[in-house]
Design a protein around this ligand. Structure first.
Ligand code: MG
Length: 329
């Protein structure tokens, strides 16, 4: 196996969540070549703010033969891409279309007047990154509920049980009933999360590795948010089946190559497990300034359409990138 990489920067249009500021984000694309001519591509986009090792460390570890969870998933996706390219099949071709939620990374910059337009485009759910400005968020949630849209809130485990309970108590009942789920309301704690589940459905995302899956007595949440960029897909699927959880597949707010990979996983799972898979959260490339990759993606309402080419597509763009062999500093 020969690995090359091609570093990139993504420029956020706004601050992306409660723990990041609007600085350029670095990642790298991986090109993996296997014997017999198989070539596949994947993204590697760590979030050190959320506990990932920084990119430079991921790369130096990979060079010395150690793979983080992120790298393992990237290699898994590169292999998927390679097999599809070999068969000249697109990553979407074996799946069922999956709608995406509309994502609001910062409610302060969100134009409430655009709600009707979002609804007209066919979106049914808005995901709001929450926990930064309570009053403004709750006022916006009321408008979102009035527009008849579903709500997903994400605290990125930045709060506490008390803070979260107070937050919920300020939300009118008619708005509360529009909340599909709340993601990572505060750091995982089996009994406090179960308390929280009595108030609103709870989704598990970045607290996944904090859950003692082997010794659980009851379901830790209602929904599992799967980021194929970080988490083993078949393991997460087995947990969903065991604990009767629904699943939302999301991108890692990463490069368009990562976005296509994540949605490809969502679509394949949707075909095999139609009742388990909820709307996805893969429509994230527009959170960054446009580049040659994101401008190659066509969006139709809440759906991302098939990119030209095989695997994740972007064939010509990927072939012409400057690739650096991993063994070379
Ligand atoms: Mg999340």
């Amino acid at each position: 196996m020969k690995i090359s990489h091609s570093p990139y920067l993504l420029y956020p249009r706004n601050s992306l969540n409660a723990v990041s500021v609007g600085e350029a984000r670095e990642g790298t694309l991986l090109k993996v070549e296997w014997e017999g001519g198989l070539v596949g591509y994947a993204d590697l986009h760590p979030w050190p703010e959320l506990g990932d090792l920084p990119l430079v460390r991921q790369i130096s570890d990979l060079r010395s033969g150690y793979s983080s969870d992120l790298v393992k998933q990237s290699l898994w996706m590169a292999r998927r891409d390679a097999l599809l390219r070999h068969k000249v099949q697109h990553i979407f071709s074996g799946g069922e279309p999956v709608k995406n939620n509309w994502i609001v990374t910062n409610i302060q910059n969100f134009d409430i007047g655009s709600l009707q337009k979002i609804k007209d485009l066919g979106f049914t759910t808005l995901k709001v990154k929450a926990g930064r400005s309570v009053a403004a968020e709750i006022a916006a949630l009321e408008k979102i509920a009035e527009a008849g849209l579903g709500i997903r809130l994400d605290f990125n485990a930045s709060g506490s049980w008390d803070k979260f309970r107070n937050y919920l108590m300020q939300i009118p009942a008619k708005v509360l009933s529009r909340i599909e789920y709340v993601e990572d309301p505060f750091p995982f704690d089996p009994s406090l999360w179960n308390e929280a589940r009595r108030l609103v459905p709870i989704a598990l995302d970045n607290q996944y590795s904090q859950v003692p899956w082997a010794s659980l007595q009851e379901a830790p949440c209602d929904v599992l948010v799967l980021k194929p960029a970080k988490t083993d897909v078949s393991e997460a699927l087995a947990y969903c089946e065991k604990w009767h959880l629904k699943m939302t597949v999301t991108s890692y707010m990463d490069h368009p190559v990562g976005v296509l990979h994540a949605l490809g996983v969502a679509m394949e799972l949707k075909k095999k497990h139609p009742n388990l898979i909820l709307d996805a959260g893969c429509l994230t490339h527009h959170l960054y300034e446009e580049d040659v990759f994101s401008s190659a993606i066509t969006v139709q309402g809440a759906y991302i359409l098939q990119t030209p080419g095989a695997g994740v597509g972007f064939d010509h763009l990927l072939e012409t990138l400057p690739w650096q062999p991993l063994s070379q500093q």
